[in-house]
Design a protein around this ligand. Structure first.
Ligand code: NAD
Ligand SMILES: CCCCC[C@H](O)/C=C/C=C\C=C\C=C\[C@@H](O)[C@@H](O)CCCC(=O)O
Length: 258
């Protein structure tokens, strides 16, 4: 996919990985709607991006992915403002094993909600022009992270949902590709605030730290480069792209056909 003139929506765009995704999409010619609950950070980023790319290339919308109404309105404003939606990055996510229902609501339900509402704009079956949806999962979506079982469950769910939607899209003719981005540990606020978010598993913080030492820490720019590959390579559909400092690989899943 050539990004010049394409229209992208990024959730959780104000900080961390979402901010880096926004920046690399803009750098490659896309227009970007930034959706985030953090209005202060979102408006601040929009102000900085306006200086670098001009006011017309971005739109900041205060949007909580837990709200059907807010996502629906944000997608409509994006389509009205830019003329449609070609790319969706369902990136917003939290890690909190104490408020675990909220973790499920944002990380998994929010991804499902965003996907279904975006298809109303993107699917060729509903008058859209197709495109690509990339869901930010995690390495914890491929293997259990012992200190955060609910977070692990949400990321496993995101990968399963993404792969099933990719198959459904091919079979149905949506014209939309679906891929999961699975980073290892990444230096962001989510990562640095972990110790206070493990709840009943706080005693496993040291074990988690040892895992981070083993696997290394990615920069947000490294993650964004991998996102760009999933967006632009039109051969990629139904992929789980595992990214960590030592390298990156497309995950092979068990096949049940004899
Ligand atoms: N940091 C890591 O180690 C790591 C590794 C793999 C995957 N991830 C995933 O990457 C994604 C981004 O995480 P990050 O590390 O950049 O975190 P972050 O906390 O730095 O940024 C998350 C952004 O999402 C926003 N957000 C949170 N809840 C929201 C909601 N309900 N609606 C809209 N926006 C919301 C926040 O305001 C923030 O701007 C998450 O899905 C996370 O699970 C993170
Ligand atoms: C507590 C940190 C939260 C960061 C969340 C973010 O999504 C990052 C996750 C990064 C890595 C997850 C690794 C999971 C590893 C396990 O599946 C298992 O493979 C570990 C195997 C143990 C070993 O090889 O020594």
């Amino acid at each position: 996919m050539e990004l010049n003139g394409k229209i992208a929506v990024v959730t959780g765009a104000a900080l961390g990985i979402g901010k880096a995704i926004t920046e690399i999409l803009l750098k490659n010619g896309a227009k970007v709607a930034l959706l985030d609950v953090n209005e202060t950070a979102g408006k601040s980023l929009k102000e900085a991006l306006d200086k670098q790319y001009g006011q017309e290339r971005t739109l900041f919308l205060n949007c909580n992915v837990e709200s059907e109404e807010q996502i629906k309105a944000a997608f409509q404003k994006t389509a009205d403002n830019f003329g449609g939606i070609d790319i969706l990055c369902n990136n917003a996510g939290i890690l909190n094993e104490t408020t675990w229902e909220k973790t499920v609501s944002i990380n998994l339900v929010g991804v499902i909600r965003g996907t279904y509402l975006a298809l109303e704009h993107m699917s060729k079956l509903s008058g859209g022009r197709g495109g690509v949806i990339v869901n930010t999962a995690s390495m914890a979506g491929l293997g259990p992270l012992l200190s955060c079982p609910v977070y692990t469950a949400t990321k496993h769910g995101v990968i399963g949902f993404t792969r099933a939607m990719a198959a459904a899209s091919t079979a149905s003719g949506y014209g939309v590709r679906f891929n999961a981005l699975c980073p290892g540990f990444v230096q962001t606020d989510l990562f640095t605030t972990i110790p206070s978010k493990l709840g009943q598993f706080s005693h496993l913080a040291d074990a988690t730290e040892k895992l981070a030492e083993k696997f290394g820490i990615l920069t947000v720019s490294e993650v964004a480069e991998s996102l760009l590959e999933l967006v632009t390579d039109e051969t990629k559909n139904g992929e789980a792209f595992l990214v960590f400092p030592q390298g990156k690989k497309y995950v092979t899943f068990p096949s049940f056909s004899s």
